[in-house]
Design a protein around this ligand. Structure first.
Ligand code: MN
Ligand code: FE
Length: 334
């Protein structure tokens, strides 16, 4: 009997032989990007953050940095909780579970990254960790994801009927495609644009590592969604596909509102309307990745973002340790 979910013949303890080799490949890709926040030097960031007068960050840049630290500091824990409490329980296939454990570990690293950045810069945790309650554009993103992933968090939810398999796929799309695939990307573009101007280079490098991890999470999530749909083709109705497309469109609008709130007047080389174009470009890629037609047809205004995702770890500064990780697998990002 085949089946990535809902398979009574699956023994979750028996990983070999593999049924879904892509799950194992994503695991290896995750290992190949192994890192911890303490490996990134933060001295320049501390100096720049405290500097006043000539060469100091502008109020617009500070606002953008604080908003992104505020969004990510709680979003990483939200994704970790969803993963462990809602997704792991239902995905019984052992190689997928092995990947989910790796991803959960990476989310713990990401949560730790924002503790580390906040501590290093001397930020007030009461401010940063309350932004998801106090900043409407952050709150709306979090509430949208919580609403979209509600059924799988119900302890009595079981995926025995086609309706519930469809509900599960819907929630996976909310979690993987919209949260990790859209709601993180305006923040990535903003912080990496700053890095390209040699500002907050330590925080920027942390975001680079997170972006590479997240691109693997998104890829695993898309393969998981596609495998469930391939095994349960009846759930992929025209109405359901339309609903998913509408959800993704709504996700782009919420992320757009967040970017405008982060960047009300723009900063050097970056304006919220260009981020909107980038969001439309990536939303089309997310749709196509789960076999849905694109809806925006926007060209990529930030080709350097794809270069960062594709950059291999040995191009980063701590070259000595990279070879060990590289033996684990071949890095291929999409
Ligand atoms: Mn993460
Ligand atoms: Fe993630």
């Amino acid at each position: 009997m085949k089946g990535i979910i809902n398979n009574p013949t699956t023994d979750p303890n028996k990983i070999l032989p593999l049924t879904y080799p892509w799950a194992r490949q994503h695991y290896k890709n995750g290992v190949a990007n192994n890192w911890v926040p303490e490996e990134v030097p933060m001295q320049q960031d501390v100096e720049l953050w405290k500097r006043q007068g000539i060469g100091a960050l502008t109020p617009e840049e500070r606002r953008m940095i604080l908003y992104n630290l505020g969004f990510f500091s709680t979003a990483e824990s939200l994704t970790a909780n969803n993963l462990v409490l809602a997704i792991y329980r239902h995905v019984t296939n052992p190689e997928c579970r092995q990947y989910l454990l790796r991803q959960a570990y990476e989310e713990a690293i990401h949560t730790d990254t924002f503790i580390y950045c906040g501590d290093t810069l001397g930020l007030n945790p009461d401010e940063i960790y309350n932004m998801y309650n106090q900043i409407p554009s952050i709150k709306e993103k979090d509430e949208f994801v919580v609403a979209m992933t509600q059924s799988v968090l119900d302890p009595n939810f079981s995926i025995r009927s086609p309706e519930n398999i469809q509900r599960f796929v819907h929630d996976l799309i909310g979690f993987y495609v919209i949260m990790e695939g859209i709601f993180f990307y305006a923040g990535f573009a903003m912080m990496l644009a700053l890095l390209r101007q040699n500002k907050m280079v330590g925080v920027g490098e942390q975001f680079q590592f997170i972006l590479r991890d997240e691109s693997v999470h998104l890829s695993f999530g898309s393969d998981l969604i596609n495998a469930i749909v391939a095994e349960n083709p009846g759930i992929w109705t025209p109405e359901f596909r339309q609903q998913i497309t509408n959800d993704i469109r709504r996700g782009v609008d919420l992320e757009d509102a967040y970017a405008k709130d982060c960047l009300p007047r723009g900063i050097l080389g970056l304006r919220a309307d260009i981020i909107r174009q980038y969001l439309e470009y990536i939303a089309d890629r997310r749709l196509e990745r789960i076999n849905l037609p694109k809806i925006y047809s926007m060209a990529n205004p930030f080709p350097w973002m794809s270069e960062i995702i594709d950059l291999r770890k040995e191009k980063n500064f701590f070259e000595t340790r990279v070879t060990e990780y590289q033996t684990g697998g071949n890095l291929k990002w999409d």
